[in-house]
Design a binder for this molecule. Sequence first.
Ligand SMILES: [Cu+2]
Length: 313
Amino acid sequence: MGTDEQKMTRAGVRWGSVAWITVAALALYVGFRTMPTGTNLHHMDFQVSGANALEMCDPANPQFIPVVAVRSPVRMELRPQGGAEPSAGRETRWVLTLATSGGKPIGPVDLLTVHTRKLHLMLVDPTLRDYQHLHPEPGERPGEWVFSHTPELGGVYRVFADFTPAATARGLYSFAEYTAAGEEGGQWRAPALGEDVERAGHVLRLDSEKGALKAGAPGSLAFSIRAKDGAPVPMEPVMGAYVHTTAFDEARSGFAHLHPRAEEAGASASPDFKRPNFAFDVMIPRAGRYVVWAQFSVGGREWFQPFEVNVEG
Ligand SMILES: [Cu+2]
């Protein structure tokens, strides 16, 4: 072998090593980038231009969130699986896609776990009579989430999403709609404030602690439950709280999600199981009729109970 050839071979080996190191480094880089260690989305991905941007909710001062009126920095779309035609009383499997306005998919790593879940859906029919709270699971493709929903009634269901991007650590909302075939809910009234609601051996009640609720003024609601035979009520937390309440206005322009005062402050204290009572701070900016749905768990079963709340002008 001549010296020139040897030189060339050595150079070839050197260049080969460099190439291998580069490839290995690249592979490591790509590997780390695609590992589920963190979000690739940034604060900027969730910015909305214009005056109509969503004001983030202040947890110390719970308010109604006008999800429909404001522009969300997130695009949310619904697609029935297998081209199913949703109808009342029938389960439909849905693929929900979440993406930034720039088209970047929003998956599990991009969201923080809040109230034990990454993505909360609140689905409600036009009459506010069928309310369901669901938690989609990550789907096949990035940004896809799947869930099943059985609408009890017909009509245009509004699907509100509640989630918190890791990039901003602030609650964000979006909504979509779909039509379920079948008869609509029609006129109805939920039990009023201060009215005893008997259900499965229990008495449920929602009271206003400081008289009638007034638009734009801080108020407080109290939810109580007791067993008719006086036995302790075996409540368990649901999504990290003993009671969740969600208030909808008649136009379904948005919702207010409230949690009991003590739990909001971070206390995980159990209620008095003999007569559980939970106080909620509430501030609703506009007068009108609202339906407040209480969600809680008794003896391993989840209960949903609506109440009628009128906010005075
Ligand atoms: Cu939830």
